[in-house]
Design a protein around this ligand. Structure first.
Ligand code: 0A1
Ligand code: ZN
Length: 850
């Protein structure tokens, strides 16, 4: 890793050694208090006959050790800031400790903390060591029994409830688990209760716990949970394995949610939804994250990771599973398009910058910095490729074997690939490079046609990344279809396996030169380089049978239009008519048509320019995108009103896929319409809106054309008491602000009485939204950089994990002009020099500076 080599705190995959003891049981008692929560632990250790002996070391951070005993006898361990060591007997022994910590002072939101009077934990990745002394590593799995003492009415932990009475409750989790899956919640909470019967007949009590007042926002989360439970049984044969499953919503949370065994804890933004407060996108996000966390019960919890280098083993696989689920629920075509947009916008950026790392990193300083789009989304892509290569049946056999062979274990990427080799007989030695080589492969395709023979010559190159100057060719599944010039498909989708640096594929007996549809379904996370002949994209937009590539053709045309504007050239006159024809095609679902209206992001344009050895100017890119939108709005003027009207639906709000699709097409049309109608339709929609989807879409359409002041005020007044909606109020205006106004606005909003910088959602709603407004953030004055750096330094003192995550906004600095580079470098230097900088943020800045 870039800077890993020089940081003495670096941890390496190659240094893995097993823990020398096995744990036969853990008993924990929590006497909860805002300050001085007492945690009493009783842990039964036994030497592991399979592991080499070593020193007895327990992790522990920011704890006050009150007393420690071994087999009942007081001991005096050697305590350091990272943990403790102690002389222990050679045989089995019982360790007991009493420690104290202060949830009220915990602003990091790792370990045990208080959020609005509610006790809550977050232990992944290394938070348990902030609760008590423990071998806090994922390969140490144990059965936990937990007693919670508190006057709060609701006391929850993992597993099944045992006893409870006034002021206490006990929980027992029969499934051995690593400490990162531990959870505890205590608060004045109310629940939506439901139940689920597994296919083998186990009755499971389901509870979704929220703060009083949020009861009305639970139904969708519960529906999503039941759908996920059913789906995992049907698609993977996986049943739930406890008597209860609880979900808790918490307002202060660093990430989306956490898969603690039997007690998932959610950022309230990822679980609460009601028609008047949540948009279609929020509903989809709730459904996806509920599924993701639930699916972890098998991929992550029953089978966990040997060490944190294997993080993608659970995350890549669980993302892949949630993608399959969402595809089944909402349509595979749109889902794949959404995933590709995310991958290109964020993962390709990461892969091609200073933070690039393999799906399985080889070193890290702070593991929290590796919960990345590469580990998650590229990790999921790697599994998608594996499935494409071995086929659906092979995939299912391999997964059955995986669950069979590794249930109850802490596994590795090697274990994972081995089940595929054993179940399918395929050699995956070369495929494994996807786990060790960082960087986005580029596949160059050239074609030739002679005597009825069509040939595709493919070349793959993988650019150098930090610490990896040279790369070997990988296995790249390239899904291909061929079309006749009349539009008929002559070769249905076929997966070509590109394994060499250069390789040719030939197709015989064709009556005419075909039109290729390459990388169908985005069959591999690569960048396709090809000089397509004139007219090909428009042809594919009209005829391709592959939904993804039909969309891709529209993207290609849009990219060309953007490029033309950037270079001061005229936009191809055939673009709008060919797009209009597709938009009129009633055979295409509204959701698919909405996707066709989406332009590539400004970030994607910047990447493409950089690939062409040009220096992207965020301001110029923004203006080119705006001009292209104006051009579209003009060209589609006659069609847009009817598309917009189609999104208006009578009756109560429903988040089903069909309704969402109609609204998304209607609102995509509205966005464009507002450029030519003085915002009249958007203002009307805002005034009439009966749900948050229509309201936010209208407000966004107004803000995007520099209007909406009055509506913004009304929106704030109406929703001043709703934290989640207020987050939207903050982020919408910053994200859509004109480039020259964005920084000043963000700055002003950080002074707003509702700006609560210690709440990660609110911090992100302002500073994250600024970073997502590239032309605003990259304002040539450097004011955006300064504002973000100021706030990162401040946030780092309270919440290093979130500060480090947000710092990635700077990771594209090398592709900017020298003036902007100098401005960012000076801000990164300023952060680096800040006194008491966290390990989290210093690692990120170090890697970015390189
Ligand atoms: N495993 C969770 C992600 C997660 C990671 C770290 C957290 O806190 C530091 C919280 C959640 C998931 O994949 O959903
Ligand atoms: Zn996950």
């Amino acid at each position: 890793m870039a800077d890993g080599a020089t940081d003495p705190r670096t941890i390496y995959l190659k240094d893995y050694t097993p823990f020398p003891w096995v744990i036969d049981g853990v008993d924990l008692t929590f006497a909860l208090a805002p300050r001085g929560t007492r945690v009493t632990s009783r842990i039964r250790f036994r030497p592991d006959p399979d592991a080499p002996p070593g020193p007895f070391f327990l992790h522990g951070e920011d704890l006050r050790l009150i007393e420690a005993r071994i087999d009942g006898q007081p001991v005096t361990p050697t305590v350091t800031p990272e943990g403790l060591t102690c002389d222990v007997p050679t045989g089995p022994f019982t360790w007991e400790a009493v420690v104290e910590n202060d949830p009220e002072l915990n602003t990091r939101l790792e370990g045990l903390y208080l959020s609005k009077g509610m006790y809550c934990t977050q232990c992944e990745a290394e938070g348990f060591r902030r609760i008590t002394y423990y071998p806090d590593r994922p390969d140490v799995m144990a059965v936990f029994t937990v007693r919670i003492e508190s006057d709060l009415p609701v006391l929850l932990s993992n597993g099944n409830p045992e006893e409870s009475g006034p002021g206490f409750a006990t929980w027992h989790d029969p499934w051995p688990k690593p400490a990162y899956l531990f959870a505890l919640v205590a608060g004045d909470l109310v629940a939506l209760h439901d139940s689920f019967t597994t296919r083998s007949g186990r009755h499971v009590d389901l509870g979704l716990w929220v703060r009083p007042g949020d009861e009305g926002k639970c139904a969708w989360g519960m529906e999503s949970l039941k759908a996920s439970m059913r789906w995992d049984e049907e698609a993977y044969g996986r049943e739930y394995d406890l008597d209860v499953f609880n979900i808790v919503a918490v307002d202060d949370f660093n990430m989306g949610a956490m898969e603690n065994k039997g007690l998932n804890i959610f950022n309230s933004s990822a679980i609460l939804a009601s028609p008047d407060t949540a948009t279609d996108a929020d509903y989809e996000r709730v459904e996806r994250i509920v599924a993701h966390e639930y699916f972890h019960n098998w991929t992550g919890n029953r089978i966990t990771c040997r060490d944190w280098f294997q993080l993608s083993l659970k995350e890549g696989l669980t993302v892949f599973r949630d993608q399959q689920f969402t595809g089944d629920m909402r349509g595979h075509g749109v889902k794949r398009i959404g995933d590709a947009v995310l991958l290109r916008g964020r993962q390709f950026r990461e892969d091609n910058g200073p933070l690039a790392h393999p799906v399985r990193p080889e070193s890290f300083v702070e593991i929290n910095n590796f919960y990345t789009v590469t580990i998650y989304e590229k990790g999921a892509e790697v599994i998608g490729m594996l499935k494409r290569l071995v086929g659906d049946d092979g995939y299912r056999r391999a997964l059955d074997l995986y669950f069979d062979r590794h249930d109850g274990q802490a596994a590795t990427v090697e274990d994972w690939l081995k089940v595929f080799e054993d179940a399918t007989g395929r050699d995956l030695a070369q495929f494994k490079l996807w786990y060790s080589q960082a960087g986005t492969p580029r596949v160059k395709v050239e074609e030739s046609w002679e005597d009825g023979r069509y040939r595709l010559d493919m070349t793959q190159t993988i650019p150098p990344t930090p610490g990896q100057p040279d790369k070997q060719p990988m296995v790249i599944p390239v899904a291909l279809g061929l079309l006749n010039p009349n539009g008929d498909e002559v070769l249905p989708t076929t997966v070509l396996e590109l394994t060499g640096g250069q390789q040719s594929f030939t197709f015989d007996n064709l009556s005419a030169r075909p039109v290729p549809s390459i990388l169908r379904g985005f069959s591999a996370p690569v960048i396709l380089e090809r000089d397509a002949p004139e007219g090909e994209a428009a042809f594919l937009l009209a005829h391709d049978t592959d939904q993804f590539n039909r969309w891709e053709a529209a993207q290609t045309l849009a990219r060309r239009a953007i490029r033309a504007r950037l270079d001061g050239q005229a936009i191809d006159a055939s673009w709008v008519p060919s797009l209009a024809a597709a938009l009129r095609d009633d055979a295409l679902a509204p959701a698919d048509r909405a996707a066709l209206l989406g332009l590539p992001s400004e970030e994607e344009t910047a990447q493409a320019l950089w690939d062409d050895k040009r220096i992207p100017d965020p301001t110029a890119i923004h203006h080119a995108h705006e001009a292209v939108r104006d051009h579209l709005a003009q060209g589609l003027r006659d069609l847009l009103p009817q598309l917009h009207d189609g999104g208006r639906m009578p009756g109560p709000y429903s988040p089903d896929a069909k309704s969402v699709g109609r609204r998304s097409l209607g609102n995509a049309a509205l966005r464009l319409l507002s450029r030519t109608d003085d915002g009249v339709r958007a203002a009307a929609q805002f005034a009439e809106a009966a749900d948050m989807t229509q309201s936010v879409a209208a407000l966004g359409a107004l803000l995007a054309v520099g209007r909406g002041e009055e509506q913004l005020r009304a929106f704030h007044d109406r929703w001043a008491q709703d934290r989640l909606v207020l987050d939207k109020w903050f982020s919408l205006q910053v994200g859509l602000a004109r480039p020259e106004a964005a920084v000043a606005l963000a700055q002003r909003l950080t002074q707003h009485p509702d700006f609560d910088w210690k709440n990660p959602n609110r911090f992100r709603a302002v500073l994250g939204a600024l970073a997502s407004n590239p032309a605003g953030f990259h304002d040539a004055s450097g004011a955006g950089y300064r504002l973000l750096a100021d706030w990162l330094i401040r946030l780092d003192g309270a919440n290093p994990l979130s500060a480090a995550r947000m710092s990635t906004a700077f990771d594209s600095w090398r592709r900017l002009d020298v003036d902007r580079q100098a401005l960012i470098q000076s801000e990164l230097g300023r952060i680096q020099a800040a006194p008491g900088l966290s390990r989290d943020l210093s690692e990120m800045v170090g890697r970015m500076i390189g």
